[in-house]
Design a protein around this ligand. Structure first.
Ligand code: HEM
Length: 420
């Protein structure tokens, strides 16, 4: 679906066709971007909704979204979708781009997915993430210290954007001097998650994946000669039943970690600060009791999910809420709508940083559950905690927010704060 949308928005005719969709399905419209949740509520009421234009469906209720994410009839492998030929064309003559797509955990399923994910998980362990804690703490302090004595900072530009980029680069073992290039590649690859940016074409991500692959091949060769205590070395050494990752797989998976972990975490931090500005009583609660930080971040994830939706292809006929879906159909799983389903969350429109039983779907569910969830949580908790500590009186305008134009990734483009 996302790739199909990409091809549509890339053409004027496609945009006109998209304009014929009913208003609640025009996710990209600026009015919807400002507050998508009223539209999601309408879709939830409808159960599942047909998107005739794509031969697709939208699932918005929590129970349905959970089924779509967990049952084998719904697959991330979109080969059953005829329109995937479009992606095939885009990756022709671009071997690194093709390899990125072919080894992308988010686009494969079954045995191959389990094998690759199992091997990455051997290297990207909770212990490795937890070991980063003091380092991330120091990094956040350093980023904020630059603004000491000043009157204003932009949370997105000065904290939420640089932090995850530096953390992923350091985790993988990218030398500090190369971070700017790394950041630019990360930006370009993130466009693949955002159909609207495809209006500019796929050239930028295609070029970025080739340059990044070249760069990573060089770094991997160095680590082969002299392993270090970093994620790339650990991925090189990862072994499961005698099996290891091949060179192409290593490059593609390292690129995926970069693409999947940067902008998503930026959005979580930006959304969290915005939510505290919008809910001063909850901010006061958090300021008085820092032990609430972990549940506060979970509530920010539930209330303003940085990834609003994902999709699956139907690979065998299946019934969903009384509708028979045929092989080849696409189902959009609206994570952000599921997170406010009153059947699952009591008083779902209330932002409550102490909420218990918060089984939101913002990191997905099942076999494709976010591999970087604990890293994202760690970064967001430390960033928000440090901001409250260092600049307890920060203030800002929570009303006139400019949201990113993406329909998949939700976060503010900028968030200026007055510090005193
Ligand atoms: C707040 C930040 C983040 C959010 C909201 C988020 C969200 C998600 C979601 C919803 C999925 C599942 C998609 C699906 O089922 O179609 C996912 C998968 C994934 N995420 Fe994250 N993510 C975040 C941060 C990260 C970070 C920091 C990393 C790595 C450094 C990462 C790496 C991945 C990978 C590799 C997958 C694919 C897993 C698979 O398909 O097996 N994510 N993420």
């Amino acid at each position: 679906m996302l790739r199909l949308l990409q091809s549509l928005v890339a053409s004027e005719r496609g945009m006109r066709a998209l304009g014929t969709l009913s208003p609640s399905l025009r996710f990209w419209h600026p009015d919807v971007r400002r507050d998508p949740y009223v539209h999601y509520a309408r879709l939830r009421e409808q159960g599942i909704t047909r998107m005739r234009l794509f031969g697709g469906w939208v699932a918005a209720r929590c129970a349905d979204v959970e089924r779509v994410l967990q049952e084998p009839a719904f697959s991330t492998n979109r080969e059953a979708v005829p329109l995937m030929r479009l992606l095939d064309r885009a990756t022709r003559d671009a071997p690194d781009f093709r390899s990125f797509a072919e080894n992308n955990l988010l686009m494969i399923d079954g045995v191959r997915h389990r094998r690759l994910r199992g091997l990455v998980a051997k290297a990207f362990t909770p212990r490795r993430v937890e070991a980063l804690r003091p380092h991330v703490e120091a990094l956040v302090a350093e980023l904020l210290e630059r603004w000491a004595g000043r009157s204003e900072l932009d949370v997105v530009r000065d904290l939420a954007r640089p932090l995850p980029a530096i953390v992923i680069a350091e985790l993988l073992g990218v030398p500090a001097g190369d971070r700017e290039r790394f950041d630019a590649w990360s930006d370009a690859l993130a466009e693949l998650l955002d159909p609207l940016s495809a209006r500019r074409g796929l050239d930028r991500p295609r070029r970025a994946s080739a340059e990044l692959a070249d760069y990573l091949r060089g770094l991997l060769a160095e680590r082969r000669r002299a392993p270090r205590d970093d994620l790339l070395s650990a991925m090189l050494e990862a072994r499961q039943d005698g099996d290891t990752l091949e060179a192409g797989e290593l490059v593609a998976l390292a690129s995926l970690l970069l693409a999947a972990g940067h902008e998503t975490t930026t959005n979580l931090i930006g959304n969290a600060v915005l939510l505290l500005l919008r809910h001063p009583e909850q901010r006061k609660r958090l300021q008085d009791d820092r032990a609430l930080l972990p549940s506060a971040i979970e509530e920010c994830l539930r209330f303003e999910p940085p990834v609003q939706l994902t999709d699956r292809a139907v690979v065998e006929p299946v019934e969903l809420r009384g509708v028979r879906l045929e092989r080849g159909a696409i189902v959009m799983a609206l994570l952000a709508a599921a997170n406010r389903d009153p059947e699952r969350f009591p008083d779902p429109e209330r932002f409550d940083i102490g909420r218990r039983e918060n089984r939101h779907l913002s990191f997905g569910l099942g076999g494709h559950f976010c591999l970087g969830a604990s890293l994202a949580r760690l970064e967001a908790q430390l960033a928000l905690g440090a901001l409250l500590e260092r600049f307890p009186d920060f203030a800002g305008s929570a009303d006139r927010v400019l949201w990113k134009r993406s329909i998949v990734l939700r976060g503010p483009l900028a968030l200026p704060l007055r510090l005193h």
